[in-house]
Design a protein around this ligand. Structure first.
Ligand code: ADP
Length: 265
């Protein structure tokens, strides 16, 4: 089986915020199961893409959701002209052929789905395919990486303690202002001064977390505002479209955000 489709061809741009690159390289060398923790849009996916490229390993990404079943991960028998044929799911493909398997937003998946990864996260490194009556031993290059947003935590939607404790973790948060400015300018093509204003605005919105906002503006939102600006949309309008409207449905909060933006310009 050829996983070359899953190899990243160009270097994904990633600006480190600490020593996460060296830590991840060591974790990969030890094949530790890794958890990337942090709010949405702060660079977790970009980081794993960058690391897969650095390590020269294929990356298979699965966006987890609540209707996902264990079969969606491991595979199923499907009917075709020759009869029933087994099709490996993305997890099994990674395990068999040595990819990094990235399960994005793992808490979205039901707990009975997440337990299929348990035997892969200890020394056994095996994946039992019950329906096929097969035990797949992990390829030496295989690693499992999950992302997890602690902000969404609720009693029903949290990782089982027994799942959490199998992973080593890297904490991601929004980069410090000078780095975030660099990222926004690079990703959107706007001038540093303009990117700095967006980062200042984001800082204000992040202070509103828990005071009417579930989450402040993410780096992703700033990049999107920047991309509108690079197509000649004025800063305030770009922020309205890329930040204020998506982040809140409450008219008072929207007004407060618009005023905050006006004060930062
Ligand atoms: P997450 O997976 O945490 O939800 P992403 O990795 O998709 O977030 O990040 C959203 C966007 O923010 C990326 O597409 C990229 O443009 C930008 N970004 C965030 N952090 C970084 C970083 N450290 N280096 C480069 N780009 C970043």
């Amino acid at each position: 089986m050829d996983l070359s489709n899953y190899l990243l061809t160009g270097q994904p741009y990633y600006h480190p915020v600490g020593n996460e690159v060296a830590l991840f390289e060591a974790a990969y060398a030890a094949r530790l199961p890794m958890m990337l923790k942090g709010p949405t849009g702060c660079g977790k996916t970009r980081f794993i893409e960058h690391m897969a490229w650095r390590l020269g390993k294929p990356l298979i990404t699965v966006a987890c959701h609540e209707d996902m079943t264990a079969s969606d991960l491991v595979g199923r028998f499907l009917l075709d002209a020759e009869g029933t044929v087994w099709h490996d799911g993305p997890l099994t493909l990674s395990v068999r052929h040595g990819a990094i398997c990235y399960l994005d937003e793992i808490v979205e998946a039901r707990q009975d789905t997440t337990v299929v990864i348990h035997p892969l996260t200890d020394d056994r490194r095996i994946l039992p395919l019950e329906k096929k009556n097969e035990l797949v031993r992990a390829h030496p290059d295989f690693q499992i990486v999950i992302s997890y947003n602690p902000g969404y935590q609720s009693v029903i939607k949290d990782l089982k303690e027994s799942t959490k404790q199998r992973f080593a973790a890297l904490d991601f948060s929004y980069p410090e202002a000078s780095i975030e400015t660099e990222i926004v300018a690079h990703e959107s093509g706007i001038a540093h001064e303009d990117a700095a204003v967006l980062v200042r605005i984001a800082g204000r919105t992040r202070n509103l977390k828990g005071h009417g906002l579930d989450e402040g503006a993410s780096t992703r939102m700033l990049v999107q505002a920047g991309r509108l600006m690079s197509r000649s949309i004025p800063l305030r309008e770009a922020c309205e479209v890329a930040i204020v409207l998506p982040i809140s449905d409450d008219p008072d909060m929207r007004r407060a955000l618009t005023e905050t933006i006006a004060a930062c310009v």
